[in-house]
Design a protein around this ligand. Structure first.
Ligand code: B12
Length: 209
């Protein structure tokens, strides 16, 4: 049987984390592979190629490599539409919860985390049980995320408004989303400015927004 710890160890070789697993009807056991903060950023910088959507391509190569090592099938969040339900899987696999902004909040990483892919195993994998806990946003009365958006586009998330502000050169474009910075959780995981700006440019280029 594939050992979850071996997958986690291999993912760490790319600055990535194994982020729990979930048994699905369509894909067998799915082990999520993701980021927290900027740990993966130097690995990506060292291996990126001169291509459009370099992070998507890097993720595809990394997930292909990991899948080949473990005899699994690689799944990518960017493949679609239709998109695979990464957030739903994540909520079943780990202690992550919907934040008022829509992105999932993690008790340790706050809003500074994402999923680079998943490995689908036909056979069983002993995945860690999902930690119990409550959504930290439920006890956050002030909702600093909502208040921090310069154009009141964070809660509920308003894609055209957010995009228009960024296109006009809004502050978030350089340092990353101000509502995410305002969250009291995971401040140590806030992306380094270069990474934050990279994600913002990628978001502006995304075809489906
Ligand atoms: C399309 C997309 C977008 C579009 C959204 C278009 C639209 N209006 O829906 C655009 C381009 C606007 C966008 C923006 C961003 N996105 Co986006 N996006 C996606 C993508 C590729 C597909 C989403 C989807 O349709 N999934 C299909 C459905 C079937 O999957 P699902 O898991 O069931 O997802 C739904 C549920 O989670 C549901 N949901 C929400 N709350 C709850 C609560 C409960 C209880 C349940 C059951 C379900 C539920 O809403 C989701 C639909 O989006 C996902 C990757 C992926 N494959 O999921 C990333 C993804 C959701 N995005 C992500 C991110 C980080 C962002 C941005 C912050 C980008 C940035 N600037 O860095 C912004 C902010 C978005 C925000 N505030 O919500 C991350 C979220 C990580 C996290 N921490 O949760 C993902 C998972 C990508 C990744 N690689 O990690 N995104």
């Amino acid at each position: 049987m594939t050992r979850y710890d071996d997958v986690a160890h291999a993912a760490a070789g790319f600055g990535l984390l194994a982020r729990g697993g979930v048994v699905t009807p369509d894909f067998g056991t799915v082990v999520l592979i993701g980021t927290a903060g900027s740990a993966f950023w130097p690995y990506f910088q060292a291996a990126r190629r001169d291509e459009a959507d370099p992070l998507d391509h890097w993720s595809r190569r990394v997930m292909g490599d990991l899948a080949a090592r473990f005899g699994a099938r690689p799944l990518l969040p960017q493949d679609g539409p239709p998109f695979l339900p990464f957030q739903r899987w994540a909520m079943a696999a780990e202690a992550v919860y919907p934040s008022p902004m829509g992105v999932l909040v993690h008790p340790q990483y706050g809003l500074w985390h994402s999923y680079r892919g998943a490995l689908a195993f036909d056979g069983p994998v002993a995945v860690p049980s999902r930690p119990d806990g409550a959504n930290p946003c439920d006890s956050c009365a002030d909702r600093p995320c909502a208040a921090a958006c310069p154009v009141a586009a964070a809660v509920p998330y308003d894609v055209p408004k957010c995009k228009a502000y960024l296109e006009a050169g809004g502050e978030c474009r350089g340092i990353g989303c101000l509502p995410r910075h305002a969250c009291p959780l995971g401040r140590d995981y806030a992306y380094v400015p270069e990474q934050a700006a990279f994600h913002m440019e990628a978001f502006l280029k995304a075809l489906w927004c």
